[in-house]
Design a protein around this ligand. Structure first.
Ligand SMILES: [Zn+2]
Length: 281
């Protein structure tokens, strides 16, 4: 089996139609054998401005939906938008003088809107989470409330949710919070994960070491780059060709089953997408 015999999905990448390479990055992914993309909106303050109202969230989401449509045109498979609110927004808002509960409410409004895009068929899934850096108790509490609101809305509209969180391997509590709100843990994805994780589904940042752990662990997993499409920070993250390269490497090492897990079976389980039926070479 070689890379032309399988779909190749990057589960978390950003495209920036304002300042970035946008479709060109999707072309680079496709040129190396990539077929499907989940396109995450960039944080509002990197794309437009700090979101404090519905209009700004809408602008950010619409730009991302357009970017995903344009990316689909250059892929043999397709791209889908994943929309939500970056957890670091809370610190930006609190820095501007909003209280943590006020910031929480703004962010929950953004998640409500993301859920609407999913309900309308414009987006595939949502994104939320909590800060990956130390924050005070009030901000931490408000952030957990935002994330749990995301679980509720994802359950309402029947979609998956990607999480941006602190590092670590034990997110059993977080998976339980989702389930208490009606969202199955198989619908909760920890983005930027290592190869080992308990609780949500792992979306493994495509470093070889972590992928090897994921393959050995033999559980559902996804692969991602978290490419940020930021011309001011080239090389800050993995580039768009990384997932196809790692798929080649996995295949060369006899890991056909793991490739099928990450690019066909787990995407179907988590998002209900069919990466084979949507692939036309
Ligand atoms: Zn990201």
């Amino acid at each position: 089996m070689d890379i032309d015999d399988t779909p190749v999905l990057d589960n978390h990448l950003h495209l920036d139609p304002v300042n970035g390479r946008n479709v060109e990055a999707a072309e680079e992914f496709a040129d190396h054998g990539g077929t499907h993309l989940l396109v995450l909106n960039k944080p509002s303050w990197h794309l437009v401005e700090k979101a404090t109202d519905e209009a700004t969230f809408r602008e950010v989401f619409d730009l991302t939906v357009e970017a995903a449509t344009a990316a689909s045109d250059v892929l043999d498979g397709r791209a889908w938008p994943v929309l939500g609110v970056h957890p670091a927004l809370i610190s930006k808002l609190v820095g501007d003088g909003y209280t943590p509960p006020e910031a929480r409410d703004i962010m929950q409004t953004g998640l409500d809107m993301a859920a609407e895009y999913v309900a309308d068929g414009e987006a595939l899934a949502m994104k939320s989470g909590r800060p990956h850096y130390d924050v005070d108790d009030a901000v931490w509490e408000a952030s957990n409330e935002v994330m749990c609101h995301g679980f509720e809305r994802a359950a309402d509209v029947g979609c998956a949710i990607q999480l941006h969180t602190e590092g670590g391997e034990d997110f059993e509590n977080v998976a339980q919070w989702a389930e208490e709100r009606g969202l199955n843990r198989t619908q909760v994805v920890k983005h930027y994960s290592g190869g080992r994780l308990s609780g949500p589904v792992k979306s493994v940042l495509s470093d070889k070491d972590e992928l090897e752990i994921a393959v050995e662990t033999d559980e559902p997993f996804l692969m991602e780059t978290d490419y940020i499409d930021d011309p001011d920070r080239p090389g800050a993250v993995l580039g768009p060709k990384t997932v196809p390269r790692r798929v080649r490497w996995l295949l060369e090492n006899g890991h056909e089953d793991a490739v099928r897990t990450a690019h066909v079976e787990t995407p179907a389980e988590v998002y209900g997408i069919d990466t084979e039926a949507t692939l036309q070479r």
